[in-house]
Ligand binder design. Structure first.
Ligand code: ZN
Length: 104
């Protein structure tokens, strides 16, 4: 009987462990599914990049356009000049914050 009790106790411990493992695996699975959705969206955007480049305009209604918004997100976004340093100005996207140096 002592042996049977010991086997039963180990079996119950394993069940308790399985509850913890189940909760951990569910959390990991949700995280993995979110990562798959993120990668799928990034892949779709990457595949569209060449087509977006053919339609990309560097200026629209007189405003310089953000290359990152145009290529990665497929939207037009104006960039604004900011005062730069030492023979460079800064163009910054009003939408995503992307900035780039422009030599003057
Ligand atoms: Zn942008």
């Amino acid at each position: 009987m002592k042996t049977e009790n010991r086997i039963r106790a180990i079996a119950e411990d394993l069940v308790e462990h399985s509850y913890l493992k189940t909760a951990r695996l569910i959390a990991e699975l949700i995280e993995a599914q979110q990562r798959v959705e993120q990668l799928t969206a990034e892949l779709a955007a990457a595949k569209l990049a060449p087509k977006r480049l053919t339609n990309f305009q560097t200026r629209h209604n007189g405003d310089y356009q953000c290359p990152r918004c145009g290529i990665q997100r497929g939207v037009q976004a104006s960039m604004t000049y900011r005062q730069g340093q030492h023979r460079f100005d800064l163009l910054q996207c009003d939408t995503c914050g992307f900035d780039m140096d422009v030599q003057y």
